[in-house]
Ligand binder design. Structure first.
Ligand code: SME
Length: 151
């Protein structure tokens, strides 16, 4: 499915009056994981700024052991501190990386801002090498804006 069609569906999930924020985030993860062939795992981590940890809030794909990630650790932990998109074309080239599965080859993490504050992130793992483009970044920024609006 094209990004433009998925944007319509994400907006519709986000603006639904029923269901918790967590349910909607899970539905968005499932939508993306199902319809974009190189999105093999999709999850939202939310930040606890006092503890300086990220907590897995919603996901689609294989369950992961990494439900809590300290700020600074792995790709996710680095984005919690940098506030910037992090595209990893080949995870083997990263020193500060937390492997969830040996099948994962690449990753993209986009911070989620609410009222200008980095409160979490969307994290995508792919079994393909170097699949992510600027279009994925733009699309995932859109998704995060919609999620921020429902939190
Ligand atoms: N690979 C991530 C950890 C989270 S899993 O991909 C689900 C990282 O390095 O932060």
């Amino acid at each position: 499915m094209a990004f433009e069609d998925l944007k319509i569906q994400v907006s519709s999930i986000a603006s639904n009056n029923e269901g918790s924020a967590k349910d909607k985030m899970t539905a968005i993860c499932e939508l993306l994981q199902e319809h974009i062939d190189y999105y093999d795992w999709v999850g939202f981590y939310m930040a606890n700024h006092e503890a300086r940890t990220l907590h897995l809030e919603a996901f689609a794909g294989e369950p992961t052991d990494h439900t809590v990630i300290p700020f600074g650790k792995g790709i996710c932990g680095q984005v919690a501190e940098s506030n910037e998109n992090f595209v990893v074309p080949d995870v083997k080239a990263q020193d500060n990386y937390i492997a969830c599965s040996i099948t994962v080859k690449s990753e993209i993490v986009i911070p989620l801002f609410k009222d200008g504050k980095n409160i979490g992130q969307i994290d995508i793992d792919s079994h393909k090498i170097d699949p992510f483009t600027k279009e994925d970044e733009d699309f995932l920024e859109f998704v995060n804006e919609k999620v921020a609006a429902l939190l």
